[in-house]
Design a protein around this ligand. Structure first.
Ligand code: DGY
Length: 324
């Protein structure tokens, strides 16, 4: 039997591609920008495996166009770009990359929180605009992080890793979660209702996956519950927050500031009003972007892909029901 045929929707590190070549006949999309939906559909027509990115929509129609497809390996821990139920119905295992990006993403959530609180991007612009003429007692004053209250919504691996960092800053940690409640006290936090987290926190950091339930979980009502001195940090998925409501809340001063690693849509259009606000720091979905972590994610995605095309169980499978 010849090698399994796979389509990889973006160029990965050479070391990962070399491993894949040993097991598969590869086609790699070499462009910087992703292939569009129709192209992926065409490319996987006779493929056994697909290595996708979070920018690739993988739905039932796409799966039906690829009758031989035996594995979908997503290079991300999140998999809201994939219709997992449709994959399960077709007995196609879906892989993801949990664990390896936890600490890197938590570092970044904290970096975003600190950058917004201490107004670091504004300070750089201030200097570049030629405004630094003297030390001044009030210029660019921000918010204290040490001793403040951090609200964490969602307490999976990344939420917990953010809480561990907050402990080092002597923060009061309020956690709202449906899972891992037993870990809250261990990490030095306190369980709190959604409303209490919103209304008592100086910083609210989101760590939930995007699902039908979490879509727009932060909207006008929730932003109104937050303190006018509070900051919202989103490193989860853009549409967990209603962007229009956030813009209004920031513009009116209902909340103080926001730091967003993720937006809806991505990339954020240049004309999006959030980009016109000094109190909103937006960066391009880079929370897991360290060289080492991205290499580990690529390797894990390769492991899942190789397992799938060689008839083995995926080491990280989000729909293990396919094996029962
Ligand atoms: C993921 O893996 O889901 C992240 O959003 C990518 O950094």
């Amino acid at each position: 039997m010849g090698k399994a045929k796979v389509f990889v929707t973006r160029r990965l590190p050479d070391a990962t591609l070399n491993r894949l070549v040993a097991h598969c006949e590869l086609e790699v999309w070499e462009d910087f920008l992703p292939p569009d939906y129709a192209t992926i559909r065409e490319k996987i027509r006779d493929r056994d495996g697909l290595l996708s990115l979070l920018t690739d929509r993988v739905d039932a129609r796409l799966m039906d166009a690829a009758p031989k497809l035996r594995v979908i390996s997503n290079l991300a821990v999140g998999y809201d770009n994939i219709d997992v139920d449709a994959a399960t119905e077709r007995r196609i295992p879906v892989g993801n990359t949990p664990g390896v990006l936890t600490e890197t993403t938590a570092d970044f959530a904290f970096a975003l929180l600190m950058a917004v609180a201490r107004r670091i991007p504004e300070a750089q612009t201030y200097i570049r605009d030629g405004n630094w003429r003297t030390w001044h007692p009030t210029v660019l004053s921000g918010q204290d992080i040490f001793g403040a209250t951090l609200g964490i919504i969602g307490f999976g691996r990344i939420g917990q890793a953010v809480a561990r960092r907050a402990r080092g800053f002597n923060m009061t940690i309020l956690v709202n979660t449906e899972e891992n409640k037993d870990k809250i006290q261990e990490i030095g936090g306190e369980e709190a209702s959604f409303e209490r987290v919103l209304s008592e926190s100086d910083f609210v950091s989101l760590h939930v996956p995007l699902t039908e339930t979490t879509q727009h979980m932060i909207g006008e009502r929730e932003l109104t519950l937050m303190k006018s001195s509070a900051t919202l940090i989103n490193t989860a998925r853009g549409s967990v927050v209603d962007g229009e409501a956030l813009h209004q809340a920031l513009d009116r001063g209902d909340i103080l500031a926001a730091g967003l690693d993720v937006t809806d849509p991505e990339p954020i259009p240049l004309e999006d009003p959030l980009l016109s606000l000094d109190n909103c720091l937006v960066v391009p979905h880079i929370a897991s972007a360290s060289v080492a972590t991205r290499a580990k994610m690529a390797d894990m995605a390769a492991d899942n892909l190789i397992a799938g095309v060689t008839g083995n169980r995926l080491p990280n499978c989000v729909n293990p029901d396919v094996y029962t």
